[in-house]
Design a protein around this ligand. Structure first.
Ligand code: SF4
Length: 487
């Protein structure tokens, strides 16, 4: 696309006035120097202070920036063990022993941006550009449904071709495809930041969660790594989810791409974004926080000389601190990470993963990982069935539940339940029911065997006798052929 047309498009899309009401005295919630100051103010936290903070998290209270800064500066191995254990406890308390599972579906890699770490950046001539047409999209959805998926995140390049009308059209197609007993019941969207009017259209189109990641909150680094395109506009992105909430999209997903800048700074950035959303939207912050780590990408030399890479131990710490800082918010760990890392990190507080993922555009129905059509290189290439069996062996039920969204348990309603630690009262029964569907319709015999045992033990552990009775009845009806039963 010619540079002048890109500029015209950007000028038409960006409406800076839509951000203004969310700023304080004209300043955004990051404010130059504030995060460094917070981190400096908590350089040598006392043991007792760290333990008080852990106790506060265990009460499911969101931490203040000073408290998260203290955790980030903690170096005591004994306290770290206590924090890891608290992460697991909080996850069990809020979400129970279930992991929500989805698949990413890349729809288009046309992109006007120049993110220096990305295989899809507009200057990368080795990237093969593609945007799914209706038939290809239907074939992709069918392939995913036939593996057992019910939840997707649809991913679009940032380009005029992927405007709100195209996204709405693809949502309509995705929800319409049926194959055997299966269908997609929830589509989340990861796309370019939009105006409030466009976000209203997206809401009407039946979007689940709207995801926009800031990548890094550090303004100078952000500018350096995103030199051109619509993504060069830091504040348009920073307030993308405030605008989404204003437009009625009340499940929003935030994230940072760890490895671009100092991880402590970006953990603080995610907390400040959560707090600012809560401040403006009746206590409702992000539905999920994602913690992608930078991965290699085709023909992307930046990655070889990048000095901010995050090792596995640090990665575990940052996941734990986020879990403690926003105890009631879902956390997503993707297949960017290899299976061994996922096994270690999930117990620290993760609530959602993708599995059986293929991020090449058109890759599901062609069943091939084509590196010229993918943004980066995946770390976990296990099939959905393998990943589910592995989770079951770790004691986690895989949930394909989409009931909350379809019953209107989003935004304030969902956050109210999460903050009281009551999400799993409804979600565990629904996880059991959707897991049962998966075992009957798609699982291998080994996964079926381990899965049925897990269902029996989770059913027995349901605390409410009435709920247990309903779930038992629904399980029998699913055995008899009914589908999509939920509480
Ligand atoms: S990270 Fe996203 S916006 Fe940036 S170049 Fe890649 S696809 Fe485009």
């Amino acid at each position: 696309m010619p540079a002048t047309s890109v500029q015209e498009w950007i000028q038409n899309v960006i409406k800076p006035e839509e951000n203004e009401k969310y700023k304080t005295n004209g300043l955004n919630f990051i404010q130059a120097g504030r995060i460094e100051e917070l981190l400096r103010s908590q350089l040598h936290p006392e043991k007792a202070y760290i333990r008080d903070i852990i106790a506060k998290s265990l009460q499911l209270e969101r931490l203040e920036p000073e408290e998260t800064a203290a955790l980030l500066n903690c170096t005591d191995p004994e306290l770290w063990e206590e924090m890891f254990a608290a992460g697991l406890k909080i996850k069990q308390k809020v979400y129970g022993r279930r992991i929500v599972t989805f698949a990413p579906l890349y729809i288009s890699n046309h992109c006007v941006n120049s993110c220096v770490y990305c295989g899809f950046r507009s200057e990368n001539k080795q990237s093969q550009r593609m945007q799914l047409n209706d038939e290809q999209l239907q074939a992709e959805i069918k392939a995913l449904v036939e593996k057992g998926h019910k939840r997707l995140i649809l991913v679009y390049g940032e380009h005029p071709d992927s405007d709100v009308h195209y996204i709405s059209h693809t949502l309509e197609i995705a929800y319409a495809v049926k194959s055997g007993p299966g269908e997609i019941r929830r589509c989340n969207v990861n796309a370019a930041p939009m105006s409030i009017d466009d976000l209203r259209l997206l809401h009407e189109a039946g979007i689940g969660t709207f995801q926009v990641f800031q990548e890094t909150f550090h303004p100078d680094t952000y500018r350096r790594l995103h030199p051109r395109g619509i993504k060069a506009h830091y504040e348009w992105r920073l307030y993308a989810l405030h605008r989404a909430m204003e437009a009625g999209v009340d499940d929003v997903g935030i994230g940072a791409l760890f490895g671009l800048y100092d991880w402590k700074y970006d953990v603080m950035g995610l907390l400040l974004q959560s707090i600012d959303l809560e401040k403006h939207f009746d206590g409702v912050g992000p539905h999920t926080i994602s913690v992608p780590r930078l991965e290699p990408a085709l023909n992307t030399p930046f990655l070889e000389k990048n000095g901010s890479a995050i090792d596995d131990e640090t990665f575990k710490k940052l996941v734990t601190i986020l879990r403690l800082s926003v105890p009631y918010t879902g956390m997503i760990l993707t297949a960017r990470e290899p299976a061994e890392v996922r096994q270690q990190v999930i117990p620290l507080g993760i609530t959602q993963i993708d599995a059986g993922s293929n991020i090449a555009i058109g890759g599901y129905h062609q069943d091939s990982p084509d590196y010229q059509r993918q943004q980066f290189i995946l770390g976990d290439n296990r099939s959905l069935d393998e990943a589910i069996a592995d989770l079951a062996a770790m004691g986690y039920i895989t949930s394909f539940c989409t009931a909350g969204y379809r019953c209107g348990r989003t935004g304030l309603d969902f956050m109210g339940l999460a903050k009281q630690g009551k999400v799993h009262n409804l979600c565990m029964p629904n996880a059991i029911l959707t897991f049962k569907e998966y075992l009957l319709d798609y699982a291998s015999p080994d996964t079926q065997a381990i899965g049925e045992k897990l269902i029996a033990s989770e059913l027995a552990a349901l605390p409410n006798p009435k709920v247990k009775e309903i779930v038992t009845d629904y399980l029998n009806r699913i055995e008899a052929g009914e589908r999509d039963l939920f509480l």
